[in-house]
Design a protein around this ligand. Sequence first.
Ligand code: TNX
Length: 501
Amino acid sequence: MLPLVPAPAHLEEHDGPGFPLAGPLRLVTPDAGTTDADPVAAPLADLADSLAAAGAALGASAGAPEIIVELDPDDPQWVLARDVPPASLTHDAAALEAYRLTVGADRVHLLAPAPVGLARGLTTLVHLVRGSADAIPAVAISDAPRYAWRGLSIDIARHFFPLSVLKEVVDLAAGYKLNALHVHLTDDQGWRLELTRRPLLTERSGGTEVGGGEGGYLSQADWAELVAHAASRAVTVVPEIDLPGHTHAALHAYGQLTPTGEAPPPYTGTDVGFSQITLNEPATKPFLDDVLGELADLTPGPYLHGGGDEAHVMTRQDYLDVVAELGRVVAGTGKVLVVWQEGGAADLPPGSLVQLWASGTDLTPVLDAAERGHDVIMSPGNHIYLDMKYTPEFPLGLDWAGHVDLERSWSWDPDTYADGLDPARIRGIEAAVWTETLATRDDLFTMLLPRLAAVAEVAWSPQSVRDASGFAGLVPRLAVQAPTWRAHDWAFHPVPEVPWL
Ligand code: TNX
């Protein structure tokens, strides 16, 4: 058993001695790892740390056992689209995340077509170092992701989580080869990103949250730091402004968005679906232009999430009109729109993505959008909503989508989940953690771990590899992750089915 989550696509274990971890070593790295903004820099630092912790002394000269980290874009074995630079989180970009790693007695050799592939391979190597006693077993790994979009959505609107926690969440996600952090920045209870074109959003709605706590918001400098930190681990940040429902915090800040012109008092409960903005108010279009325009300026990644969920009090026409307007505004910024599944019913710009979430409800908008050529992100609540309780008695979380125990988060196949959805339209999967009931960093990590690691395997590993492993095969690979989580002081739920180390 190799201590790897997610399981690699191809793995051969060889006889003979492995690579010794104690003693002098030589680490040979490419230029790709020399700047902080490079996705190789942070994983290389992790590798150096893990080797030092294992007792290796880096800096040996030629002749010592060596770890060679090397770019080789021209190897014909990589399946690459060579003419255009791929946009992030697309199939072409996923091909760059491939790598090959061979481990023998004298040499570890990591090869990839691009820095992002080296980043993923280094992550594997770090897991091998952490999980091995004296020597990394002799293996040959050839790996690439199943899905291009492998995300986590985190709600910082219901309860606010600051930059420091978000950076840790990036580190956790990247440690399991996830590549998208979707930040739910706005909701009825608060507005969490400073926008200079609309300063009242955070002045009036930055300091409110569920339960009447103090809330908070990300300054523009915080946002830039989060995006840069994510980039250093090859993670793309996808900001969400939830529209046209889930907008009470915006109405509280800018009363002219309401029919009466009056700003309502802040909302600190946990109901959903009661707020709306419509194109019937003349203030709405300028608001959308300002908010989405500035958000686009602040966000280097290609995607803007426009929400679109649970607009329960709107007429269908008002809803479709405002989502179509969202599409026009986002397209005008040059970004790609992502909407929750209900938005699939609207007229969306070509290339927009639709995010499935509500299991057991009407999936028609998703299926129709896919028929029209839109790709789909799979976030079925009954498998990968990590705000669902593990068990009926669990003190944290909700249960509207049922209970999501560890096995449930892992035992499903995105390609066959939704009847009638062409698997070719599935861009990837994204777990979500909503924070109505999660107020502290420990609450948050307790819900993420261990399930996020299991979800990351669903996102990365081929279904055939998971079928061969079975849930029983996942259990020991997860058990060995606990020391790393403890070292970071990340709380986790010690589910009894895993013999935690
Ligand atoms: C549904 S999922 C919501 C959120 C809630 C979540 C709680 C989605 C697009 N909307 O507003 O926080 O359920 O699980």
